[in-house]
Design a protein around this ligand. Structure first.
Ligand SMILES: Cc1cc2nc3c(=O)[nH]c(=O)nc-3n(C[C@H](O)[C@H](O)[C@H](O)COP(=O)(O)O)c2cc1C
Length: 378
């Protein structure tokens, strides 16, 4: 199968993406104190765009001012809970657009995983998931309503900045995935119980935001297909995807796991082509059931595997994270005719350092650290 198919354009709602390559959300650990993006992010996303990544999804950016961001520390999440962040993001968006690539912002709330440095975590139910044993407080209906508004406001703000769309983070143990998983959601009100109710937090956001943002501004999601034992199963995953689709979600990126079990999200075991695309069976299943653009992430490394997935209509876009840390010019290399697989060795040094609150290191790409010295706001 020719890898040319990977360089064909494809649409998400009314938005045309120039090829099938997506940079999956990747927290670089370098946002400026206060939740601003830095020159490092400006350069990283700019370099990916310059090297032909069709769609860049930013690192997870919090909609709630009392999230895991510790505004007085060097290490923090990016924030999008007020207008002060707009100017610096606009510079990044303009830089990416210079090269004809598209950029979505990933909007999130840490939910059960919130840093206890700032306040006690809030989640749908007081359930233990975290390795440190911290049990979150249960969100009240008033708090849920207010968080839905925060997501809606952040979507509108992102459109005003010039982003091409947003990705709502419903994976990896963040708040929206805490709602959809029966392991973390034990509520007995309209946000808990059956699949429709557990999907409601996100469908409520969609109902409010879609009429305000329009079809030229896709709202997509990164959705867990599995999480922990006793959590989301494959039938629930498909049904929840269906609820999202009926309420107008424009594309789904299929992922799985929680940060308590990070190697489920970012597997270290990618030794051969058989180990690649470890969530493929889930995206295949969605393709069989729904007509919606699908983005597949998780261990994709070889262009011949990727082109087979596209040719067999098992996904529409190929998303990668660690390969872009180790090789920001990967897509240019493939475009120039060198089709050797991505150089990333999936050692997870990048993630291990990030989880310790340090800068992202890479054994393959030493440059990534050198360029990180700058924490200026663009
Ligand atoms: C350093 C690092 C930071 C990440 N940050 C995010 C993030 O902010 N949001 C998210 O949804 N996934 C995040 N991920 C997960 C990736 O987007 C991706 O789903 C996962 O690594 C599997 O893809 P890969 O095999 O291409 O790395 C991160 C992964 C890494 C390695």
């Amino acid at each position: 199968m020719s890898i040319e198919s990977l360089f064909s354009s494809h649409k998400i709602a009314d938005l045309c993406v120039k090829n099938r390559f997506v940079c999956s959300a990747t927290h670089l650990g370098t946002s400026y104190p206060g939740g601003f993006p830095t020159e490092h992010q400006f350069k990283f996303y700019g370099k990916l765009a310059e090297n032909d990544v069709g769609l860049i999804i930013t690192e997870n950016t919090l909609v709630d001012g009392y999230g895991s961001c510790d505004r007085n520390k060097i290490f923090s999440n990016c924030m999008m809970d007020d207008d002060s962040y707009m100017e610096s993001w606009k510079k990044i968006v303009d830089e990416v657009h210079k090269y004809g690539s598209k950029i979505f912002i990933q909007l999130s709330h840490p939910g059960i995983q919130e840093s206890i440095r700032f306040r006690h975590p809030l989640a749908p139910s007081p359930v233990q998931l975290r390795p440190d044993g911290v049990i979150p407080d249960e969100l009240t209906l008033e708090q849920i309503k207010s968080l839905i508004e925060k997501f809606v406001d952040a979507c509108i703000r992102s459109k005003k900045i010039g982003f091409d769309g947003v990705q709502l983070h419903s994976a990896h143990g963040y708040l929206i995935s805490n709602f959809i998983s029966p392991f973390t959601n034990k509520r007995r009100d309209k946000y808990g119980g059956n699949n429709r109710n557990r999907a409601r937090f996100l469908t409520d956001i969609l109902e409010k935001v879609k009429p305000l943002t329009g079809n030229d501004f896709p709202i997509i999601t990164k959705l867990n297909c599995c999480d922990v034992e006793g959590g989301l199963d494959i039938d629930q995953f498909v049904e929840i995807a269906g609820h999202y689709i009926r309420k107008g979600i424009d594309a789904i990126e299929v992922s799985g796991g929680t940060t308590a079990n990070i190697t489920c999200i970012s597997s270290k075991n990618i030794k051969s082509e058989e180990d690649e695309a470890y969530f493929l069976k889930y995206s295949k299943l969605l393709k069989e059931n729904f007509a919606i653009p699908l983005i597949l992430v998780g261990g994709l490394r070889s262009p011949n595997i990727m082109s087979k997935i596209i040719a067999n209509n098992q996904a529409d876009f190929i998303s990668m994270s660690r390969p872009f840390i180790s090789e920001p010019a990967l897509i240019s290399r493939w475009k120039s005719g060198d089709h050797g697989k991505a150089k990333c060795i999936s050692c997870n040094l990048c993630l291990d350092e990030l989880m310790k609150g340090k800068d992202v290191h890479c054994v393959v790409n030493e440059q990534i650290l050198k360029s990180k010295k700058s924490r200026n706001i663009p």
